[in-house]
Ligand binder design. Structure first.
Ligand SMILES: C[S@@+](CC[C@H](N)C(=O)[O-])C[C@H]1O[C@@H](n2cnc3c(N)ncnc32)[C@H](O)[C@@H]1O
Length: 480
């Protein structure tokens, strides 16, 4: 048995403090005072008839199978993980070079003709996530009110929800809140919402923590045909559970509730309702303080995010003094942390709560040279480019989600001749980002209305934000 495997076994046997597993249910009474709410929408959960999923034919336990799904590198030493990721990023860059070399008018070779610097390790390896989302579905014992992560797929109809107590990437506080929420929904007469049209209500929970231990929980709920008054009863029960019931052990600093009929919903589409506690969570990165709203993005590994932002700052050194465009800026972390070395920072972000946070964060840190614009980058940036002064130079840092940048964003950046250096940060460079790399580097005329000089990649640095998983952030610098 490998030492990593032994370590995991140990982890599996003592995942949480005992009192969290044995939640004293007698302390807590579910506050249902409105019988109509029960009659109308609360069919009891039939656990006895629930079909148990088939046991795996292999000798792997469910926990090992989940680890293999969520953190597939967990069996390797961290040094081996870094080596694996480095080689993987190299393969991706080689693929990029191969694609770029297809452009006959550009003299790209199909090998790496720029440096791939050593991978930057995460300062923390276990329990590093500051945000986790636990799903609700049928567990290994068939209980449909099980909180964890999925094995299997909806398409194959073989989803099993496995408790995440043993997962190396998740901190014990998140596991504790998830277990308590599971206990709560098991006490609730409302059914879980496994499929949106199945009439159930309780959905996933997201837990955010900061480095000082503050905890925010966001419960997602499908209202189905409940009236607001009926829903209020269940919100009150949730608050009671986490403030006076067994869930009080979690010491939540804020509890949010979002009623939603969609998989993912912004605050504008359906409000995040603060049920109790503080409105925001705060985090410190590179000496700057950041306010984070429930709807805002924040890098999941704070310590490694510091390493990422330091890397970006070093790679942006040649542009000191000019204007920085922080495209897809979230709560402003990159722009604000780079603001001391820039004359001006302009951030663009889709999520309104994140833009509000970014503006607040600039003021909180007494940073006066940052401004943040709300909207889709593909709408905001093309309009902005014409009015941008190129005095002192113009640099872009882009950090899109997995969907990559819209073609109009790339076109706007390429067609502004003052941008000589562009830093592209991607956690999935072999996905849609690859299309962006082609659009940034293709010769003029190859892509519709791209008239600006082409970029070329000059240096790449992988930064590991996600130990035990195959993912890492790739920082890729383009110049022209
Ligand atoms: C990977 S996060 C990066 C956030 C930030 N750079 C940071 O380090 O915290 C990607 C961000 O892009 C935003 N986003 C997604 N699509 C966008 C779009 N079309 N226009 C502007 N922002 C977008 C997301 O809301 C998210 O905040």
């Amino acid at each position: 048995m490998s030492s990593a495997f032994k370590a995991m076994r140990l982890h599996l046997t003592c995942p949480l403090p005992k009192q969290v597993i044995n939640i004293p249910q007698t302390l807590f009474s579910y506050l249902i005072t409105n019988q109509r709410a029960i009659n109308n929408s609360c069919k009891p959960v039939k656990t006895s008839n629930a079909k148990k999923p088939k046991l795996p034919t292999t000798k792997l336990s469910w926990e090992e199978r989940l680890s293999d799904t969520v953190t597939p590198l967990w069996r390797m030493t961290y040094e081996d993980q870094l080596q694996w990721k480095y080689e993987h990023q190299k393969k991706i860059l080689l693929k990029m070079m191969k694609e770029l070399s297809q452009d006959p008018t550009r003299a790209f070779s199909d090998h790496l003709n720029f440096p791939l610097l050593p991978i930057v390790a995460s300062p923390v390896r276990d329990g590093y996530r500051n945000k986790s989302t636990f799903s609700v579905n049928k567990g290994i014992d068939g209980n449909p009110k099980t909180l964890g992560f999925y094995i299997g797929t909806g398409k194959a109809g073989n989803i099993v929800c496995v408790h995440a107590d043993h997962l190396l990437s998740i901190p014990s506080k998140h596991k504790m809140v998830a277990r308590c929420y599971e206990d709560f929904i098991r006490l609730s007469p409302l059914r879980p919402c496994i499929l949106f049209d199945d009439g159930g209500h309780w959905r996933e929970i997201t837990i955010r923590t900061n480095s000082t231990g503050h905890t925010m929980a966001i419960v997602y709920f499908h209202p189905q045909s409940l009236t607001p008054e009926e829903t209020d009863i269940h919100k009150a029960a949730l608050v009671e559970y986490f403030t006076q019931g067994p869930g009080a052990i979690c010491q939540l600093d804020s509890l949010y509730f979002q009623e939603t009929t969609m998989t993912r919903c912004s605050h504008e589409q359906s409000q995040y309702q603060l049920l109790y506690g503080q409105t925001h969570i705060y985090e410190e990165v590179l000496g700057f303080k950041f306010r984070i709203s429930p709807d805002s993005f924040f890098q999941v590994n704070r310590e490694a995010a510091e390493a990422l932002y330091k890397t970006v700052a070093e790679l942006s050194q040649p542009c000191v003094g000019g204007t920085l465009l922080d495209v897809c800026c979230g709560t402003g972390a990159i722009g604000i942390s780079l603001s001391p070395q820039m004359e001006r920072v302009i951030g663009i972000e889709l999520i309104e709560q994140a833009v509000e946070d970014a503006k607040f964060n600039a003021a909180l840190n007494r940073v006066c040279n940052c401004e943040f614009l709300a909207g889709k980058a593909e709408v905001v940036l093309p309009d902005l480019m014409g009015s941008l002064s190129s005095d002192g130079g113009l640099t872009a840092v882009v950090n899109p989600s997995r969907a990559g940048l819209h073609y109009r964003v790339v076109r706007a950046l390429r067609n502004h001749s003052a941008i000589r250096r562009l830093v592209y940060i991607s956690c999935k460079p072999d996905g849609e980002a690859m299309r962006n790399f082609r659009e940034l580097c293709c010769s003029v005329g190859l892509v519709r209305r791209i008239t600006g000089e082409a970029f070329k990649p000059v240096v790449a640095v992988p930064v590991d934000l996600f130990p035990h998983t195959p993912h890492c952030e790739l920082v890729l610098v383009f110049e022209r």
